[in-house]
Structure formats: C-alpha cells, structure tokens
Design a protein around this ligand. Structure first.
Ligand SMILES: *Cc1c(COP(=O)(O)O)cnc(C)c1O
Length: 405
C-alpha cells in the first residue's frame, strides 16, 4: 500500500483530535481544527474550510505556505542529498553561512535546529568567551517578559516563573531586569556579568518594542564594560519588521545574534551568529548538533533569505497600512488599550483576555493568536496584501462589535 495514502487515510477531524489526546503528550492547548494544506496566505482544514493565516506558524511561514520557489529548490536538494554529518563539508551549509554573515554584518555561524538551541549555543559561546577573556563569571542578564525557549538553560533565561515551575533545579547564572529600563540594567551589572540577552522586539511577552535610546544605551554599556550583547531575533528577525534583522532599525549590532523560526521557511533550522572575536573561542568539541546545518535545511533557508530580501519594502508598506487600520479600530473600541509593533510584528493589547476573540476569528476563517493573556498577536506571512489586511480588520471589527464590556 502507498505509505502516503496510509498516513492520509481515515482523516476524520474528531478521530485525529481524539488520537492526539491519546498519543501526544499534553503540552499544547490546541484550537479544534485539523489543518491539512496551505497555499500562500491561506491554510485549509480537513473539512475543506479555508482560513486566512495571520500567525504564520508563529512567524515561521514568512514567505507564505508552500512557496513554489522554496518547493522547487528543496525538492532538488531532497533528490541529491538530505543529510550527512558535520564530519564532512557540504556546500549549502557554507553558502548559507556566507549569506548570513553578509546580511548580518557578523562573521561566523553555528547551525542548529530551533530557537532554543540557537540560544543555548549563544549562552555557551558567551560563557566560553567570558572564561577565556576574563569577562564576568558566566552570568547572563535577561529581560522581564522575555522569551528564549524551553530547554533548561533557555527557560531559565526566560524570566516568567510559570515556564520554570516544576523543573528545578535550574541552571545557575541568570538574572532578570525590566525591559526598556537602562538604570535598572546598570544597577544589576556586576563583575559576574558576562552577557546581556535581549529580544529587540519581545514576541511571546506581548510585542514590546525596545526604545531606540535604550538599545543604543545597552550597546554602549556593553562596549564600555566588555560585556557581550546577545540579540534573540528568533521571532523578530528575517524580515519580520521590514528590515532583515530588527537591530538594523537601531544602527547598532549585537556581538551574538540568534535566529530560527522564519529562517528555514518552515524547515527546522536555527543559527547562532557572532563576531570573529567571539566565535574563535569555539573549537572542535566545544559544541555540536547532529542535524545542525544539514543540506536540506540550509537550501531551504538560503531560498527563504533570497525571497525575504525582496520583500522588505513590501513589509514596511503593509506594516504601516495594517497598523493604521488597527489604530482606527482602537479609536472605535475603548477596550483596545494599545496597538504596537514594527513592520508585520504587531500586538493589540485588550483590557480583557483575548482567547475568545481568537476562537471567534477562527470560526470566521482567520488564524490569529493571543499572547501574554490579553495581547492579540498578528504575524501574517510577509507576502500579505492590503486586501487580506482589509478583510481581517473588518472581521475583527465584527467580532469586537459583539463584545460585551
Ligand atoms: C520561539 C522563540 C524561541 C524558541 O524557539 P523554538 O524554536 O521554539 O525553540 C526563542 N526565542 C524567541 C524570541 C522566540 O520567539
């Protein structure tokens, strides 16, 4: 029997939902919909209902679902080589690293498979650098409301206690300060500090944008004290904000940059990128990843970056248009507390929990998300057009008009 047919046989929605409960560990509160295919800005469920996707797999499917250029090139790579080990050289890995170095203004890349891994790599690199160069005692300062992943080190780097509860003992050497507060950061720096890790635009925490003077101030402090500045751009990087990297809005550069989510266009890949001055502390045996930088993921990422390079102006335009339309809604409904973001990374803070709005939008055929309890999060594919924004906003208006407050 055809194996693909075997997988896609018996695809009754209720059976899939029931068997998910039975066979998958219960770590996600899923919405009751089984998605089966995607095309551009749309996805479709098993019943044939179409949804306009304004979350893009949490900022992963930036070039849209099943982008033809991506498929064409990934297919070609699938047919010649999927994986060998990092015991050997492969061409896509080197070409992708070169492209990332050029785009970021940094020098060297370590490839992994996810955001958490990219951050683990950054933490390890920073600590190794600190030890070698005599910078601090390995302590990494991170921001309140930040999010850096779910591995032990990255959930400890994530200040929110809910993520940490039950997983003690946690790794040592992390400390949290309020975001956008230079004085508090200054106070918390000591001779233990090796690095500062920041999302230039906090994603999971509710779409909070770093102030210009703040981020420049952090850069100055790091330069002054020789501390490493790590930017976690797992969510805000790769064109999401209208520039390839969010830090390019600030005229500064990090010492270490982490990427994942949108980087592979849907194929898992993470990257830890740094200046040569920092990168050189990694030597054979320092760090590793079996899958990291495999040819398939690297071709996918290379194609994705090429497509995103041509979308940046479009993202800026669509972001401004979307923001304007959401602000119009804000003037209509007093329960919309704030609309904030850059480019196509936008949050709308409500004065009540957003999960019912998300559900109602789903019923009407729109995928949006709510984070930090009351912030509607919009991360549409970067290929989104005005007509999609218009219908999304009209439908949101409809849902809001039924809200009783
Ligand atoms: C999603 C995310 C991560 C974790 O990425 P995973 O691929 O889920 O491990 C880390 N940092 C930020 C800013 C993220 O948004």
């Amino acid at each position: 029997m055809d194996i693909f047919n075997e997988i896609y046989r018996d695809i009754d929605e209720s059976v899939i939902i029931k068997e998910e409960k039975k066979y998958i560990m219960n770590t996600y509160g899923r919405l009751p919909v089984v998605l089966i295919r995607g095309n551009g800005v749309y996805v479709e469920d098993v019943k044939g209902k179409r949804y306009l996707d304004f979350i893009s797999g949490i900022g992963v499917n930036s070039i849209g679902h099943c982008n033809p250029k991506l498929i064409e090139n990934v297919k070609k790579q699938l047919e010649i080589l999927i994986h060998v080990s990092n015991l050997y050289y492969t061409i896509p890995q080197v070409k992708l690293a070169k492209k990332l170095a050029h785009l970021s203004g940094l020098d060297k890349v370590f490839f992994s498979n996810s955001g958490a891994e990219a951050n683990e790599g950054a933490i390890k690199l920073a600590r190794k650098y600190g030890k070698k160069m005599g910078v601090g005692e390995g302590e990494i300062i991170t921001m309140e409301r930040g999010f850096h992943g779910r591995t032990l080190a990255t959930l400890t780097a994530t200040s929110k206690v809910e993520y940490q509860k039950g997983f003690e003992p946690l790794p040592k050497g992390f400390k949290y300060v309020p975001f956008n507060d230079l004085d508090k950061l200054m106070e918390s720096i000591s001779n233990k500090t090796t690095g500062i890790m920041i999302e230039p635009i906090q994603g999971e925490g509710g779409i909070h944008v770093a102030d210009k003077e703040y981020l420049k101030g952090v850069r100055d402090i790091c330069d002054d004290k020789g501390i490493l500045l790590i930017f976690d751009e797992v969510q805000c990087g790769i064109g999401r904000t209208g520039k390839m990297f969010a830090y390019q809005h600030y005229d500064i550069k990090p010492d270490i940059l982490t990427l994942a989510k949108a980087l592979g266009g849907g194929i898992p890949i993470g990257a830890t990128i740094s200046k040569e001055e920092v990168a050189h502390v990694f030597t054979p045996g320092s760090h590793g990843s079996t899958f990291g930088g495999n040819p398939l993921a690297c071709v996918s990422a290379y194609v994705t970056l090429s497509i995103v390079e041509d979308l940046l102006t479009h993202v800026e335009e669509m972001g401004e248009y979307f923001m304007r339309k959401l602000r119009n809604l804000q003037s209509k409904y007093s329960f919309i507390k704030e609309v904030r973001g850059i480019g196509l990374m936008i949050g709308m803070e409500l004065s009540f929990q957003g999960k019912d709005v998300v559900k109602k939008m789903l019923e009407k055929g729109y995928l949006i998300n709510c984070t930090a309890e009351n912030v509607l999060r919009f991360l549409p594919p970067l290929i989104v057009e005005k007509e999609h924004i218009d219908v999304l906003v009209d439908t949101l208006d409809e849902v809001f008009s039924e809200v009783e407050v």
